[in-house]
Design a protein around this ligand. Sequence first.
Ligand code: CDP
Ligand code: MG
Length: 136
Amino acid sequence: MSNTQKTLSIIKPDAVQRNLTEEIKSIFKKNDFEITSEKKIKISKEEAEKFYIVHQTKPFYEDLCNYLSSGPIVVMILSKENAVLANRELMGATNPEDAKEGTIRKKYGLSIDKNSVHGSDSEENAKKEIDFFFNN
Ligand code: CDP
Ligand code: MG
């Protein structure tokens, strides 16, 4: 049975700043993701805090929100069979040092905080995150 899903992807400030947007988009396309919506935006710290609210008790929350709001980001809706998991696999581990060869974070990530991309971690969160950026 087919299970086409949508997931939210963000190209984070470190990658946008290094002009990696087109390269990263081409990786998604090569891996059969369809980019159904896309926009380049800069969010406020308050918006970043809302987006990452699940991490509000973590020691890295403040830095993370400052970082995500520090420069332009590219937010995209990716569509594919089992897109949520497929994107997590293509992104690689949170810490680029632990990410597998061939993953986006292994290739482009600079550090655990500047790890170049975000991807929704469940179908439920994908829906919430897509709503957050596209349905308002
Ligand atoms: O992005 P991912 O779902 O892989 O990781 P997360 O655990 O949901 O953390 C969200 C983001 O917080 C990461 O992508 C990192 O940018 C950042 N983070 C950090 O700066 N330091 C950590 N120890 C863990 C995460
Ligand atoms: Mg996460």
